[in-house]
Design a protein around this ligand. Sequence first.
Ligand code: AMP
Ligand code: ZN
Ligand code: FE
Ligand code: FE
Length: 323
Amino acid sequence: MRYFNEPPTLGPMPAAPDSAPPRWCDLHLHSNASDGTDEPADLPRLCKAAGLSAFALTDHDTVAGVAACAAAAKKQKIDFVPGIELSVDPDVDGTGEPAGTLHLLGLFIDPGHPWLGEITQALTRARAERNPEIIRKLSGLGVRIAYDEVLDLAGPGTTVGRPHIAQVLVKKGYVKSVHEAFAKYIGSGGAAYARRDLMTAKEAIKGVHAAGGLALLAHPVQLRLPDEDRPGEALAHVVGRLKAQGLDGLETRHSDHAPADVARFEALADRLNLLTTGGSDYHGSRKSIQLGHAAVPRGVYERLRDEARRRWGPGRVVAGRKP
Ligand code: AMP
Ligand code: ZN
Ligand code: FE
Ligand code: FE
């Protein structure tokens, strides 16, 4: 299993010939509306330059970048998917397992839907309580940074998260890398970790559907399931539970997934009759992952788009280019 900031396992994408539309898409990207570093309006141009013909903006717990990104995508004539990445409670059946994180991607959402307005406000409030608690715990360990430094670095209107805190820790010389900041202090086992109250997966899936989106499980490897003894059993259980709660699909291709992971997740999606998605999880210069890195064929985007249209009609899909 690959995990955060390790060298890529998938090779560079072959360039598309000039006459054919680019064959690749990237359905998991962050902007500086959350913990990426690019302006939402710059992403369409960067995606085109990376040889992509469709992409999704999936900022953590916010849709603040979607409108600017959609407008720029239209100008650049690249297909755009309005999205969000929601952090939800990984304990899907109240057993205390799994230990990792559960992120749900909402793709093709209507960013103006009231549920998204309410939930993103609540999530911002939860972060505004959790982040200072991390700062307090750091201070107790002799690591002194001010929350204002973190807010300044993140910029106004941003979903402020641990990657911003990590960057301040690097800047002030407390750690050498973001990776070390997570491992030593702010990761889930770290000495300054603070959890926040998370909504249930069921609530998130229901909300994404209400907002006209498809709900897909992001990067299953980050659930950190204990799979050593019965490979795949624990994941099949969690995904089965989520499917019963309305889950539409799995993110099979992702920069944290080795080729063997992609194969087993594709097989699971096939077995459970779930859709698939894929993306790089690009965060601009904050992480080393390149745009288009997960090498997701354009057909993956087209299947999701067609399913969104089938359920909610063509008005739901913000397309920059005629299909
Ligand atoms: P937060 O939303 O504040 O809980 O932080 C989540 C963000 O932290 C996501 O972008 C993750 O990709 C990132 N993250 C979580 N664990 C690590 C890690 N060990 N190294 C680097 N980034 C991480
Ligand atoms: Zn992130
Ligand atoms: Fe994620
Ligand atoms: Fe992400």
